[in-house]
Design a protein around this ligand. Structure first.
Ligand SMILES: N[C@@H](CCC[C@H](N)C(=O)O)C(=O)O
Length: 349
């Protein structure tokens, strides 16, 4: 092994499919030959400085209580470090450690860390998540699909399965389908401005629909929706071309706008037809991501409220499409899309 490789192995192990893991289930990996051990991975989390024989030393510590075992999952490129936390209601990593693990240069790289925890309030499981900046959101749509597939592997489930997950947004019900896609009952959207929360004045009943918001000298029209977590949806003015948006410049201005006391996720949307929308997202606590499940749900709700689309739409995100339906009969939003394991490994911290 080269000294560079040995250095990398001092802190992080990224497994080939044959490496024995502590997981009881099978983790099927769709990708072959992933060898992503970063050169200076989570340097501050490694117990010892890189030295000769560090790889062997790491392998000895691999099964110790200081080793964090994880599986990296992605849903349309929105990626998460999944942690089997079923034996405890205390997350195995702190928010600060999560931010380091999510770093794409010095860590494993991810949009967030998700913990599979014992269920409460009659739910089968509890999901908690830290964003890549260490903040804790109430919900994550792509994350919940990854969560469902991870449970499927941990519990060795075959065929279709559904279970209940307690989240900061209440009870969420994913169903693993026979084709491997996951359909999720995301519950009811919250439209009351005060509950989202936004300080924008309600325009219809208590809802904030097509309200004016000044950002960077421009007046944007925004509709605010909570799917447990806050979203600000804008269809822009006059045929917004979302590919032309300077997302990393404009996104933070929305996220930290004084009208959003808990910050906000922001979706910029183009209507391709009444059942086909295209969006880009700037996520609270994670920045530009390739997909946002709660965001896609909020976009369809906003599009219906603004009279721009039907209740059932395909939403194109940079990472691929999601099917979203806001049903009239139960007022719940349903999201269907993929989730896959990418690689698994261990971090000594
Ligand atoms: N990517 C997620 C949303 C994750 C949480 C978000 N960043 C927040 O802080 O609310 C999704 O797929 O929904």
């Amino acid at each position: 092994m080269s000294s560079a490789a040995a250095t990398a192995f001092a802190g992080v192990s990224v497994a080939t499919p044959n490496l024995t893991t502590p997981f009881r289930g099978r983790v099927r990996l769709p990708l072959r030959g992933v060898s992503a051990a970063p050169r200076r991975a989570v340097a501050s989390m490694a117990v010892s400085a890189p030295r000769s024989g560090a790889a062997a030393s790491f392998l000895e510590r691999r099964e110790s209580e200081r080793a964090l075992h994880f599986v990296k999952y992605q849903g349309l490129g929105n990626d998460f470090i999944m942690v089997d936390n079923r034996d405890s209601s205390v997350p195995k990593v702190t928010p600060e450690e999560a931010a380091k693990l999510c770093d794409r240069n010095f860590g494993i790289g991810a949009d967030g860390v998700i913990f599979v925890m014992p269920g409460v309030n009659d739910a089968d499981y509890t999901m908690r998540i830290f964003n890549s900046d260490g903040s804790e959101p109430e919900m994550c749509g792509n994350g919940v699909r990854c969560f469902a597939r991870f449970i499927g592997e941990l519990e060795n489930l075959q065929g279709t399965h559904s279970f209940t997950i307690h989240t900061g947004a209440g009870k969420i019900i994913p169903e693993i389908q026979s084709d491997g896609q996951v359909k999720v009952d995301m519950g009811e959207p919250i439209l009351s401005g005060a509950d989202i929360p936004t300080k924008l004045v309600a325009t219809k009943n208590k809802a904030v629909i097509q309200a004016e918001l000044a950002v960077e000298g421009l007046t944007w029209h925004v509709t605010c929706v909570s799917m447990g977590n806050p979203h600000c949806v804008t269809f822009g003015a006059n045929e917004l071309k979302i590919d032309d948006l300077k997302l990393s410049e404009i996104g933070p201005k929305f996220e930290h706008h004084e009208m959003f006391p808990a910050r906000t996720n922001t979706e910029f949307v183009q209507v391709l037809s009444r059942s086909h929308l295209k969006m880009r997202v700037w996520e609270r606590g994670a920045g530009a991501t390739l997909a946002c499940g709660t965001g896609a749900c909020a976009v369809v709700v906003a599009a219906v409220l603004e009279g721009r689309a039907e209740r059932k739409c395909v939403v194109d995100l940079p990472g691929g499409p999601l099917e979203i339906e806001w049903r009239e009969d139960d007022n719940h939003v349903y999201m269907t899309g993929p989730a896959e394991a990418v690689f698994y490994g261990s971090v000594v911290h």
